[in-house]
Write a protein that binds this ligand. Structure first.
Ligand code: ATP
Length: 481
């Protein structure tokens, strides 16, 4: 692969060609930064979700899951600070009329500098940006953009407007449209977390939960992202997997460190390489946080945020108590005290996780020999996440081989997803399974009729071994557990 940009483009095309991801409403030329998951993508995405859900809820005694509505009472977003604070500083180029998030524009410029070998200069500029962002110093930021000669990638000019803030929440109307302004306005939630906070006491009381405990949730979130042109990395409609862990005030530092470590281990448990991960500690903290970091992943577009870990203090529950006038306190029987718990949040984008898994798995391999040119595209997906676990392929379409293949599938399909295919040469069928990441291909041949054995082919090594049909299920199950 010539470079990472090419790799990124190749992954996007591959995802479309093999039914993982399609642009939304493509027959109308798509909708910017909105995507649909196809027949393979939906399976992969669901498997990621299930893996997260199981590790959070089933494997932790003290974490339960909920599924809150996307619409919430509008006061929720006043209390959470999203109405007043969920803004990004933006700048417009007067010539191209394009709008950019200031941090993204400066980061893109830093990447260009790094490509020119001006690493120190780039680092200096990014530090300066962080410092100015932390102070909301928009004049300083504009000066930085002008001084460093940051240009619009479309018009190529530095003809910039002043920097302004834009709110990222989508609003819609509830019920009959009124003419009286904001009365009917509801928001599409920009994060799933608030659905957890407003249910904190419902869950704590009905589940008789004792602190420390967590509430997990997977669901859609919506943000009117201005710069949205990085495939599923930044979308306007996306899914989050969030967990809020409620702790005794004063213990939040320990729990923050604990969850940092736990979450990294979760990623590594999928077999994703440690060198593709790094922590990035936040300098500018969000309005609710006393510590925060990102788990960054080495995407084909560089190291970028995959998951956020935030020590959110008692900000959210206190604000909901203030706005709802309903006490959000917990009585801790161990210390005989009432308090509003502190919260550690782990928040990962499901779509970004999908992109991380796919981009890490995608490989173009040259298999040429002196006699024959050959190549394959293989998705080395973790077996437990692969959309299809086992393909069963009769060598030929006749002599009862397809029937044996169907019998094998009948025996395994309630345990894991199988796939039957009898068309085309066997090599071609293997390649198609490689391209969607199927870890095992089972071939039924004439010998099967004699001794009830089949060949099982391993996707990554392409090695084949002969095994009894009766062993197949346990072999596959062992690999996907
Ligand atoms: P970024 O700085 O990249 O905009 P963020 O810091 O705003 O992200 P959070 O508010 O911490 O993100 O959201 C938690 C997680 O949700 C992120 O780590 C990311 O994986 C995911 N996420 C956020 N915005 C988007 C988006 N527009 N598209 C896809 N995933 C997103």
């Amino acid at each position: 692969m010539a470079n990472d940009t090419n790799k990124f483009q190749a992954i996007i095309s591959h995802c479309k060609e093999y039914g993982f991801i399609f642009p939304s409403s493509e027959i109308y030329d798509g909708l910017q930064a909105v995507y649909d998951y196809g027949q393979m993508g939906a399976e992969l995405k669901k498997n990621i979700k299930d893996y997260w859900w199981k590790s959070m809820t089933q494997l932790h005694d003290n974490i339960v899951g909920i599924d809150a509505a996307i619409f919430m009472h509008p006061t929720t977003w006043k209390a959470s600070g999203h109405v007043d604070n969920f803004n990004d500083p933006m700048i417009d180029n007067k010539d191209s009329k394009k709008r950019y998030r200031v941090d993204h524009l400066i980061e893109a410029h830093a990447e260009l500098m790094e490509k020119d070998g001006r690493d120190d200069e780039a680092k200096g500029m990014l530090n300066e940006m962080d410092r100015l962002l932390a102070k909301d110093d928009f004049e300083g930021l504009k000066k930085l953009i002008l001084d460093r000669g940051v240009k619009c990638p479309i018009s190529g000019t530095s003809n910039w407007t002043d920097i302004r803030q834009f709110n990222l929440m989508f609003a819609t109307e509830f019920g009959a449209v009124s003419e009286e302004g904001d009365d009917n306005k509801v928001y599409l939630r920009p994060e799933t977390a608030q659905g957890i906070f407003v249910n904190f006491l419902n869950v704590q009381k009905t589940g008789r939960m004792k602190i420390p405990f967590g509430i997990a949730q997977i669901g859609k979130a919506f943000r009117n992202e201005i710069v949205a042109r990085q495939f599923i990395f930044r979308m306007r409609e996306f899914e989050q997997m969030e967990m809020q862990f409620f702790v005794r005030p004063g213990t939040q530092k320990e729990w923050y460190e604990y969850w940092k470590e736990q979450r990294l281990q979760w990623h590594l448990s999928l077999g994703l390489p440690a060198e593709n991960y790094r922590f990035h500690d936040h300098i500018k903290l969000a309005h609710y946080a006393d510590a925060a970091c990102d788990i960054e992943f080495n995407f084909p577009i560089g190291f970028k945020e995959l998951e956020g870990i935030h020590s959110r203090t008692d900000f959210d529950l206190s604000r909901h108590q203030e706005f709802s006038k309903k006490k959000q306190q917990y009585f801790d029987t161990e210390i005989n005290q009432n308090y509003i718990p502190y919260v550690i949040e782990t928040s990962i984008g499901l779509d970004r996780m999908f992109l991380a898994v796919v981009s890490n798995s995608y490989e173009e391999q040259d298999l040429s020999t002196p006699e024959k040119p050959d190549s394959r595209v293989v998705m080395k997906l973790p077996a437990k996440l692969a959309p299809i676990k086992m393909a069963v392929l009769p060598l030929v379409k006749k002599d009862g081989l397809p029937d044996i293949a169907r019998e094998i599938i009948k025996d395994c399909r309630s345990s894991f997803r199988c796939f039957f295919e009898e068309k085309d040469a066997i090599g071609k069928r293997y390649r198609r399974m490689d391209a969607i990441g199927t870890p095992f291909c089972v071939t039924v041949d004439y010998q099967t009729k004699e001794d009830n054995t089949v060949t099982i082919r391993h996707r990554d090594s392409m090695e084949q071994e002969r095994v009894p049909v009766s062993k197949l299920k346990e072999m596959v199950l062992a690999a996907i557990e």
